[in-house]
Design a protein around this ligand. Structure first.
Ligand code: IMP
Ligand code: MG
Length: 177
């Protein structure tokens, strides 16, 4: 599988540093609070698991699974395939995903939790591809910014594969062509 990778763009030790930094920031920002950290399956998995180990306060964990598609409207839409189990009303929530690209997924999820009357909603993404943005949303916590390039590894997939790579890389052209 590693032979399919053209180049590494973020190493495992860089990812570790990012998780430490974001975990420390979240710990500070949520001091005295008990947020629900909600991961978006499946891409969030390695990132969320490493991130929460660096959050020092009381948190609970939940997951949801959504699929997004660009509909006729520029904002697109999402379908919820698995909803959270937690009661959201009045709670502080932190949504965790692997990457923000068009922003359609996060925008719709933030709206969804606003309707469920969360007390506060923040978003945390390992990667940000600002050039891909189609809707007006920025993540509150960002690991690092990358150019508009398709990447895999550490949760990010191509056709379901490569999520288990411990680093983030770019695929060789012959793999996806
Ligand atoms: P968006 O911000 O709604 O466009 O979508 C974010 C989702 O698109 C992420 O959760 C990923 O599943 C997927 N995605 C976007 N860019 C990439 C990439 O470079 N590699 C793998 N998945 C990606
Ligand atoms: Mg995803």
């Amino acid at each position: 599988m590693k032979n399919d990778i053209l180049k590494t763009i973020i190493s495992d030790s860089e990812i570790e540093q990012i998780c430490k930094r974001l975990g420390a920031q979240i710990s500070k920002d949520y001091e005295g609070k008990k947020p629900i950290v909600i991961g978006l399956l499946k891409g969030c998995l390695p990132f969320m698991s490493d991130l929460v180990k660096h959050i020092s306060g009381y948190i609970t964990i939940d997951y949801m699974s959504v699929s997004s598609y660009d509909g006729m409207a520029s904002t697109g839409a999402i379908t919820i395939k698995k909803d959270v189990e937690s009661i959201i009303e009045g709670k502080d929530i932190i949504i965790v995903d692997d990457i923000i690209d068009t922003g359609v997924t996060l925008l719709n999820i933030v709206e969804y939790f606003k309707e469920k009357k969360a007390n506060s909603i923040k978003t945390c993404c390992l990667l940000d591809k600002p050039e891909g943005r189609k809707v007006a949303i920025e993540a509150d916590y960002i690991g690092t910014t990358i150019p508009k390039e398709f990447v895999v590894g550490y949760g990010l997939d191509f056709n379901g594969y490569y999520r288990n790579l411990p680093f983030i890389g770019v695929l060789k052209k012959e793999v996806y062509e």
